[in-house]
Design a protein around this ligand. Sequence first.
Ligand code: ATP
Ligand code: MG
Ligand code: MG
Length: 532
Amino acid sequence: ASKARNNRTAASFALGLQGAKEGEVVTRFPPEPSGYLHIGHAKAVLLNQYFAKMYKGKMLIRFDDTNPSKEKTEFEESILEDLALLDVQGDGLSHTSDYFDQLYDLCIKMIELGKAYADDTVQEQMRKERMDGIASQRRDASVEENLKHFAEMKAGTEDGLRWCIRAKLSVDDPNKALRDPVIYRCNVLPHHRTGDKWKIYPTYDFACPVVDSLEGVTHALRTNEYRDRNPQYNWMIEALGLRPVKIWDFSRLNFIYTLLSKRKLHWFVNEGLVKGWDDPRFPTVRGIRRRGLTVEALRQFMLAQGPSQAIVSLEWDSIWAINKKVIDPVAPRFWAVLQDKKVLVTLKGAPSTPEVKMLPKHKKNPDIGEKKTTYTPQILIEQEDALSFDDNEEITLMDWGNAIVQSKTITPSGEVTAIELTLNLQGDFRKTSKKIHWLPYPSPSLIPVTLLDYDYLITKKKLEEEDDVKDFVTPVTEFKEEALADPNVVDLKKGDIMQFERKGYFILDGVYPNTGGEGTRMEFIRIPDGKA
Ligand code: ATP
Ligand code: MG
Ligand code: MG
């Protein structure tokens, strides 16, 4: 069966889940409330959502809260926000802790059936025994003894705290996941929902199959590093006579130059190397959304990845290229000129007083509305463009017409400080090789903007376990350019995606009072487009 799963092709992925019936499929996404969701979680949740929709079924969201040492209410709130950022709404919201009473009863049942026992073997020795396939000394204790120890554990007595409960599967199965896994353990820390009611908590290996079954999940999607634990998952359900659940596994998602580990991301936050968990350099859901990655692109990318079982580090370029295809048809077009070294152009033949024309924000998509273009006696253009012009060259001013270069003033250091053009509106724009953007001048309403761009946080494609992240921090990862933008950008709202023509795609990150001056300054983040 595992071979068949390895051979799963895109075609069979399209066929969907094994044994799925329309209207009856229930999937679930079970995040642990111990951190923010990242792009790997996005794969899991979007696949779950896809299958639920495909079969007109349901997707449940379940907070997997069985470890009070790591979990907090605030993470539940942030995960719900992250899900909203992914346009994901569950058809039900629950907590594993909602089932603590039932899980406790089922553990008792397991002990009574002789399928679980209490063990106080010290951790290190237990590990060694499991490695070597040696039975625990406690393995054959009586049901009464086991129940007594479980009661002590539950009471949190000094003696109780030394014990755990193990399922009685196998001592020496070649699949080590089957060597009597721990199903209940002690923890005296207060739980963020159940407080100090419990001193014992089910492990993931026990709680996950049981609650999946109890909640009516028909298909449990899991990352394939759990594959060795699949038989164990099925065993728990069978041992307790619960309703079976089908497992569908998929590969974990990783990206080059990218950390997904909570611990390492924490380190970047703590060191102040990023602005927070929503930093556009972060692979968190809030980070990638802030950088302009759309849900539609994420969905397309994840579905394309769907059936692959290979755990590889993917390139960011491919997801950004998909994103570009999503945003290009709808991103309104605006113009901006870099602040430093912008060049003032005197335009012969231009109107002596400003004239305004309404033009589409996107030439191929009139649905997204119009913008105001103002024609003035002078204009501002990019230094780079001005430098490239030859004398008497005919160029095209976008949305205006052709113009001929009359004269340029160049400083000894090679900077253009002024330039004179004569409009040649009869000229054929198909015959010019330079089509440039410009800004009206004088214009009281040009908007100061900051254009931000980012690099990978780490210098190594794939950090190994033994690598110290400190040794691989990219020294500079934020790049800023100051520019002036055409007045139409004032209508944009935080999170809007647009294009500064001839520069690239950007997302509006925020609007701030302009430093020192009047009005506002807008900050835009460059959206990678998949071209290196
Ligand atoms: P895990 O429990 O798999 O170590 P986690 O502890 O980082 O993941 P959870 O909150 O437990 O995070 O994960 C919720 C769901 O997201 C699980 O189904 C998990 O397998 C899946 N998931 C987590 N990381 C990835 C990833 N990199 N790629 C794909 N799915 C992932
Ligand atoms: Mg987990
Ligand atoms: Mg993890």
